[in-house]
Design a protein. Structure first.
Lengths: 115, 116
């Protein structure tokens, strides 16, 4: 079974629209860690956020926000007022251990922001 | 100055060869990683070293061996290369293991390996 599911393979939005990227994870552990990464068309990887299972507080960073809900095993990522530079593949990931072993990536969501 | 650098950027080689990819970080970080991204863009963590000690060793063939001569370097050696090893390999670093800390993780530009 997939540990991390990103059901949206591709999303297209028009610039300035808000968009939410879904991430659903599966774990039996009570302690775990969730991540989001960005991969622009240029190919590099960019770390965006880390969240541990004890911290359900939502995070906001500029136009980016993350909604962590343990009840639905989801860690969704919202971009407000999207811009062309947000076009990228976004990966959600889960780690079931403090050391980082059992680290699982989702398959990614490709976001295209149309000017 | 590049924070995390990898050499070479591109590597084309024949099946059966042995090759190395070098990674260096000038951020003073204690933790370094290797990731693999295959042709379908699937990402996978391969190894992580903290203070030159291996802390993550995911299921990868033992043909892959990381070597950390010092905290600033984590090189990846691959023996007996196979077609399936063709991928982009990313090196990364963080001050502490990314799972346990609040620090940001920084990635290198990637090394595109093509095995013919």
């Amino acid at each position: 079974a997939q540990k991390v599911t990103q059901a949206q393979t591709e999303i297209s939005v028009v610039e300035k629209e808000d968009v939410t990227l879904d991430c659903v994870y599966e774990t039996r552990d009570t302690t775990y860690y969730l991540f989001w990464y960005k991969q622009p068309p240029s190919g590099e990887l960019v770390f965006l956020i880390r969240r541990n299972s004890f911290d359900e507080q939502n995070e906001i960073s500029g136009r980016y926000s993350w909604n962590f809900q343990k009840s639905t095993s989801s860690f969704n990522f919202t971009i407000t007022a999207s811009q062309v530079v947000d076009s990228a593949v976004y990966f959600c990931a889960l780690s079931e251990s403090y050391t980082g072993n059992q680290f699982y990536f989702g398959t990614g969501t490709s976001l295209t922001v149309i000017p | 100055d590049t924070a995390v650098s990898q050499t070479p950027k591109y590597l084309v080689t024949q099946m059966g060869n042995d090759k190395s990819i070098k990674c260096e970080q000038n951020l003073g970080h204690d933790t370094m990683y290797w990731y693999k991204q295959d042709s379908k863009k699937f990402l996978k963590i391969m190894f992580s070293y903290n203070n030159k000690e291996l802390i993550i060793n995911e299921t990868v063939p033992n043909r892959f061996s990381p070597k950390s001569p010092d905290k600033a370097h984590l090189n990846l050696h691959i023996n007996s290369l196979e077609l399936g090893d063709s991928a982009v390999y990313f090196c990364a670093s963080s001050q502490v293991p990314i799972v346990g800390g609040q620090e940001t993780q920084y990635f290198g530009p990637g090394t595109r390996l093509l095995v013919l």
